[in-house]
Every structure is written in C-alpha cells, then in structure tokens.
Design a protein around this ligand. Structure first.
Ligand SMILES: C[S@@+](CC[C@H](N)C(=O)[O-])C[C@H]1O[C@@H](n2cnc3c(N)ncnc32)[C@H](O)[C@@H]1O
Length: 276
C-alpha cells in the first residue's frame, strides 16, 4: 500500500504533469490503479514501485504512473442532448456564418479512445447526407498515447460499441473484425489524432471553430481549469463555440467565454484578449 508521503508525491506529479487533482480520499484508488504497473515492473506493490522510481529518478516510469491514473471512461454519443444540439443548432449556426467552401475546424480535446471524435465524424457525415453539412476537419488530442493508439486503430469491442451506438449506426459505419468492430476507413480518415497536453499552449493547433472538451476539466483544480479554458480560447476563432461536459459549468471562471446554448456550451468572447 502507498504511504501518505508516497501518495503526496504521486499527487504532486499528477498535478504538475497533467493537471489531475487528487485529494487524500483517492489514496486507495491510486494504489489500485498503480498495482498492475508495479507488477509489470517486478515490484510487490505500488509503494515499492514509487520507492524504486524515486531512487532511479526514471522519468519514463513517472510517465507510466500518470498514464495509469487518467480517467478515460467514455462512450459513443455521450450526452445525446449535446449531440442533438450540435446537429440542430450549434453546427448549422457555425456553418451559416461562413462561406460555403470554408472548412469548419473542430477539436476534440481529451478524446480518450476516440469515441467522441468518431461520434462527431458520424454526425457530420449524417448531416452531409441530409444536405445540411459542410466541409470539416477534425483534430482529436489526448495526453495518453496509449489511448490515442487505440483510437487511431478504430477498433472497438462489442461492449464498447454497445455503449451509445444504435444498431443502425453500428451496421452503417462499422465492420466486424473477429471479436472486434472496426470503424469505416472513411470515418477513420476523417479524424487526425495527436498527443497534446492541455496544460501547454494550444494556439499553434488552431484556430478552431468548434471545440469539445468534455469531462476533462472536472479532474483539474480550479486554477488549471481557468488557465486551460483560456488556452483553449486562444486557439479558437472569434465566434468559436466550446462544448464542455453536460455537468461542467465553468462560465464564471474566466471572461474568455460567454454562455450560449445552455450552461455547458460557451461562445468565445470576441473582445477577450489573453493577458500577456
Ligand atoms: C473522461 S475522458 C473524456 C473523454 C471524452 N471527452 C468524453 O467526454 O467522453 C478524459 C480524457 O482527458 C484526458 N486528459 C486528462 N488530462 C489531460 C491533459 N492534461 N491533457 C490532455 N488530455 C488530458 C484523459 O487522458 C482522458 O482520455
């Protein structure tokens, strides 16, 4: 079992490296998450693993520790009402404000194993089939290269496709590969995956017209939340829209956004400038 002192060190690394805020009550959770990694590294327990890393000062192992702690639960079309709003109002509004040949630039920030950006790609394809879509580029990023490798493979288990996909969408957009399901190549090609840490500047990735950063900031402390929101704003077009998780209402943290389409959907404040 991790000691209190070891937990404090892990919590500090997790906060510094990825913004993950771990309070004291999470000790048992952290211990359970690190035990498999400890076994792979031939340590008897998580405590022994942390002692070894401290002795060796091994940055790669710290990387593994933090990767084991990320909260990555997700599913296709998570929060259906948000996808409905994207299809019925948010994306049509953004398209209306742009020339017909312009490409809408979309960023799925904290995309986990890809269900969110692939849901977007499916939605946008369906909108195009209904004559309501435009040209779109989707960038999907995450801190975890383990999750991004899975996302880029486009392969999902039966359990994963059952979470959020209707049979109609499963048949239309996936093919069976042994025990797994693979998303159609055209949809896989529609999403570009890249590693990106939301704690560092994102301006060079943008500008984006639409950003989904859902269920990521809830694991951050308040200062990291605010600064991340401002980094996202700096990577957005002046009328860009940011969609947070359905339970995430952070509009009051910064002047960079104003509420639009409900509390967890915000429009970039066109007058906001990032402090130098
Ligand atoms: C709970 S998942 C959310 C997935 C999806 N957006 C959704 O709403 O279902 C949170 C994701 O945020 C990623 N994440 C956590 N901290 C991050 C950081 N500092 N930079 C980039 N991604 C991060 C995690 O790796 C994880 O994949």
């Amino acid at each position: 079992m991790l000691t209190e002192a070891q937990f404090a060190i892990v919590a500090q690394e997790a906060k510094q490296r990825i913004g993950l805020a771990l309070t004291h009550e999470r000790l048992a959770f952290v211990d359970a998450r690190l035990t498999p990694l400890a076994r792979r590294e031939n340590c008897a327990c998580a405590g022994e693993l942390i002692s070894m890393i401290q002795r060796q000062g091994d940055d790669m192992l710290w990387h593994g520790v933090v990767d084991a702690l990320v909260m990555s639960d997700t599913h296709f079309f998570r929060d259906r009402a948000q996808f409905r709003a994207l299809s019925e109002t948010i994306i049509p509004d953004l398209l209306r404000g742009r020339p017909a040949h312009a490409r809408l630039r979309v960023w799925s920030a904290g995309c986990a194993a890809g269900q969110e950006p692939y849901s977007l790609a499916i939605l946008l394809e369906e909108m195009r089939e209904e004559g309501r879509g435009g040209l779109v580029d989707i960038l999907a990023t995450d801190i975890s290269s383990r999750l991004l490798d899975k996302a880029a493979s486009g392969l999902f288990s039966q359990f994963e496709v059952q979470r959020g996909l209707s049979i109609r969408r499963l048949i239309a957009h996936f093919e069976r590969v042994g025990e797994m399901w693979r998303i159609a190549d055209r949809l896989r090609a529609a999403v570009r995956f890249e590693t990106h840490n939301l704690l560092v500047d994102a301006a060079q990735l943008g500008p984006f017209d639409l950003v989904l950063c859902r269920n990521v900031l809830s694991s951050f402390g308040e200062a990291d939340r605010r600064e991340t929101l401002e980094r996202i704003a700096a990577a957005m077009s002046e009328d860009g829209v940011l969609v947070l998780g359905a339970e995430e209402d952070y509009a009051s943290l910064t002047g960079a956004f104003e509420p639009a389409h409900g509390a967890c959907v915000m429009r970039r404040n066109a007058y906001w400038r990032r402090a130098a």
